[in-house]
Design a binder for this molecule. Structure first.
Ligand SMILES: Nc1ncnc2c1ncn2[C@@H]1O[C@H](COP(=O)(O)OP(=O)(O)OP(=O)(O)O)[C@@H](O)[C@H]1O
Ligand SMILES: [Mg+2]
Length: 263
């Protein structure tokens, strides 16, 4: 069996944030997100061949970080690591407990956060099976989620909020289809859809951050749907798109013509 010291030495070579600065004798660690359990999870993802190295953080947030990583073939992947803190636990609990797919998961902080990661993974699978552009899910383990990297070698794709849109109407149509097809084909409502959770790659929007997405039969689903529509309409309105009324989009989502849907 590998000792923790050996494991750690291996990780130090493969996780940039753990690399010791030998000259200054200072550890340039990213701190909290790499607690011992998380390190073991990353190690497992490495020994099972999913990741070769973890490079720089793409994003650092209260509840977790997203890292640029490489797999064994040198291909880019995105590793989202959730902090197993009380604040993460508090935020995710209601979404996990309220989702019929996770009935019975309660209490324990770790279990809840692991269920949350499983939920984000399942939602990605569901969206991508319905043909909605999201990062391709690769695998997940405990508080770590591995997915397709959206971006270039020199940086992740920008968020929609930071983009100048060549054709706002066109992008608006695409984003509307995330809402409408998401509901009708994936049976999900994103629940936090905004210009922050859409990345623009080669002019095409890609939806991210789908952990809180709920099944369309959830008691709160319609309210979430209305909010997503409101947010998207308000953003595209400001960007000069020819926005369709909230109520019309809602009706199309709930009662749209199926034949037209299957084109
Ligand atoms: N698959 C990906 N490829 C490239 N970049 C990504 C990917 N997923 C997330 N990111 C980057 O990380 C950021 C945060 O990701 P995400 O929205 O999923 O997490 P979050 O829970 O909202 O985190 P935060 O609270 O820090 O915003 C995104 O805005 C994006 O810049
Ligand atoms: Mg986000």
């Amino acid at each position: 069996m590998t000792s923790y010291e050996e494991t750690y030495a291996y990780l130090e070579r493969h996780v940039d944030a753990l690399k010791t600065d030998r000259t200054g004798d200072e550890r340039q660690t990213d701190g909290e997100v790499f607690d011992r359990k998380t390190l073991m999870t990353i190690y497992d993802l490495m020994t099972s061949g999913y990741i070769d190295s973890v490079r720089h953080p793409i994003s650092t947030g209260k509840e977790g970080n997203v890292f640029y990583a490489l797999d064994e073939d040198g291909d880019e992947v995105a590793l989202k690591i959730f902090r197993t803190s009380t604040s993460t636990f508090k935020r995710v609990s209601k979404y996990v407990e309220g989702d019929p797919r996770f009935r019975g998961v309660t209490g324990n902080r770790w279990k809840m956060i692991y269920a949350w990661v499983n939920k984000e993974f399942k939602n990605l699978v569901r969206y991508s099976e319905a043909g909605i552009p999201v990062p391709e899910p690769i695998t997940y383990s405990k508080n770590c989620l591995l997915m397709e990297y959206i971006g270039e070698e020199d940086g992740p794709a920008p968020q929609l909020k930071d983009c100048v849109l060549e054709d706002p109407d066109d992008t608006y149509d695409e984003v509307l289809s995330f809402i409408i097809d998401g509901w009708r084909d994936a049976h999900l409502v994103h629940g936090d859809l905004s210009e922050y959770n859409i990345l623009m790659q080669n002019g095409e929007p890609i939806m991210i951050d789908v952990g809180q997405a709920m099944t369309s039969d959830h008691y709160n689903a319609r309210e979430l749907l209305e909010r997503d529509i409101r947010n998207i309409n308000s953003f595209f309105g400001k960007r000069g798109a020819d926005v369709i009324d909230d109520a019309v989009v809602l009706d199309e989502t709930l009662n749209g013509d199926d034949e037209e849907d299957e084109e």
